[in-house]
Design a protein around this ligand. Structure first.
Ligand code: AMP
Length: 479
């Protein structure tokens, strides 16, 4: 039976509530096949593009299946990049919010000790990049003895990045009795080998691409001399006048150069590439996600899996030299059912890359004449008006969920022997509160963060102004 409505799956009310608040009206194609297969305990191999709702296709059954009472991690999700690890963790968090699922992201170039502390606390689901996951396993800071679910996301990209040995190292350490899921946009031979070696009679799920991103995106190209690219970029952006645009370059240096030029021209822009500090990369991605600036200039670090709503235009300032990268880059526009636009600049000696892309996407990208000066001039006024106006702030996905939830900070933590039961005990004694109204509790050295669900935050905040926790009145503030 094909289910058209999330309510028809045997999902707990906590999950259904989160799904409805995320505004997922009905399951996407991939979800229709993957959710029931995983709920039934099958291994699955999924061939599907990003943007098809594939993250929720594993997040939903995994959040449903994990046992809340177990303190050790039960699911491990591997992703190729740090950005994706964080994004997937957020998605899992949003889906599992009302079940109070605790998810942690562990990835390189971020302090080890903070992740170690996080993993010491109750954690149901770990999302991580292979290298850092292995580090934690080797140092004994990630206990994998209770892992029942392993998800390898963007498996083809993992292979491209040379992670296959690391994935095997991780798999060998995990309990054999587990459900394994592998998701990939393409299915090269190495992935099939990996599946045969480590999966049990996996169900193969292939979502044909008839409605895929590439069909929903209007794709155009310009032939241009390298030295004229900047001028063309200016003309094209004036004509297109996008609300939100990503500009991809092939190297860090080029990203720097283009960002510098556009900033000089007073474009509302920022940049992201692998040479930047992780903290800066995250803050740029968040700023763009929230609509704080219109133009993001990026290398391919931002092409994979990154999910930002309503990017109206993608420009390949440099044509990608790898055909799969083309599909990932343009897939940043035209997410789920939206239409998008993608424009590619092709320099004189780059036809071999173009041919390769044409063969891969099975159609020809429309060749356009460079815009003439008059057309550009006519469009300038409107462009400048938009340039001088603030971009529209975008709602983040979890915003609706956040409304019902208040996060409180309590000025006491591990150093004063604060434990989750002390918090739960106190909160449940407040009139009108039950354990179901308490969300995630995070106890640090001298602070504790606790989420209060179901619009009961204010009630708890007021009550804690004169209620003791572990024998003392604590300083409590809203976060
Ligand atoms: P993904 O393929 O996981 O990158 O998901 C693409 C986008 O689709 C994300 O913004 C999801 O929040 C959104 N999404 C996932 N499932 C659904 C659904 N059933 N209905 C509407 N949007 C969805």
């Amino acid at each position: 039976m094909i289910i058209e409505n999330f309510n028809d799956y045997k999902l707990s009310s906590e999950l259904l509530k989160a799904i409805s608040m995320l505004n997922f009206k009905s399951p996407t194609k991939v979800q229709k096949q993957v959710i029931p297969a995983v709920l039934d305990g099958n291994d699955v191999v999924v061939k599907s593009q990003t943007g098809s709702g594939k993250t929720a296709s594993f997040a939903i059954p995994i959040c449903e299946l994990v046992d809340w009472d177990e303190n050790k991690p039960q699911a491990l999700i591997l992703t190729p990049t740090r950005e994706l690890a964080i994004q997937v963790k957020e998605d899992v968090f949003n889906v599992g919010r009302f079940k109070r699922i605790k998810a942690s992201a562990i990835y390189g170039k971020a302090p080890f000790s903070r992740q170690e502390k996080e993993l010491k606390q109750k954690t149901h689901i770990v999302v991580g990049t292979p290298g850092r996951v292995i580090d934690h396993m080797e140092r004994g800071t990630f206990d994998t003895s209770k892992i029942k679910y392993l998800i390898v996301d963007e498996a083809d990209e993992m292979l491209n990045m040379g992670f296959v040995e690391q994935i095997e190292t991780i798999i060998k350490e995990l309990p054999k009795d587990r459900v394994t899921m592998l998701l990939s946009a393409t299915m090269p031979k190495d992935i099939k080998t990996l599946c045969n070696k480590y999966m049990k009679a996996p169900i193969s799920i292939e979502i044909e691409d008839e409605n895929s991103a590439t069909d929903r995106i209007v794709q155009e190209r310009y032939t241009v001399d390298r030295k004229d690219k900047m001028e063309l970029l200016r003309d094209v952006t004036i004509l297109e006048n996008p609300d939100s645009c990503m500009i991809f370059c092939n190297t860090k240096q080029k990203v720097e150069d283009v960002c510098y030029e556009l900033s000089n021209l007073k474009y509302n822009c920022d940049k992201i590439h692998g040479g930047m500090e992780q903290r800066d990369r995250l803050s740029v991605m968040n700023g763009f996600r929230e609509g704080k600036f219109r133009y993001l200039i990026a290398t391919d670090v931002a092409a994979r899996g990154i999910d930002i709503d309503n990017i109206s235009l993608v420009i390949n300032y440099d044509i990608p030299q790898d055909r799969e990268s083309y599909v990932h880059r343009i897939g940043r526009t035209g997410r789920i059912k939206n239409e998008g636009r993608a424009i590619t600049f092709v320099a004189k000696n780059e036809n071999k890359f173009l041919d390769d892309i044409h063969e891969y996407i099975g159609k020809e990208i429309l060749l356009k004449e460079k815009p003439d000066k008059e057309t550009v001039n006519n469009a300038k006024e409107e462009f400048i008006t938009k340039m001088n106006s603030k971009p529209k702030v975008k709602k983040t996905k979890g915003e609706k969920l956040n409304k019902e939830i208040m996060k409180l900070h309590i000025n006491a933590g591990k150093k004063t022997k604060m434990r989750a039961v002390d918090i739960v005990g106190t909160l449940c004694n407040i009139k009108g509160m039950t354990a179901a109204d308490i969300g995630i509790i995070n106890i640090l050295d001298v602070s504790t963060f606790v989420e209060i669900l179901n619009n009961k935050g204010e009630l708890v905040f007021q009550a804690l102004q004169n209620t003791t926790i572990k024998g003392r009145l604590r300083n409590v503030s809203k976060v």
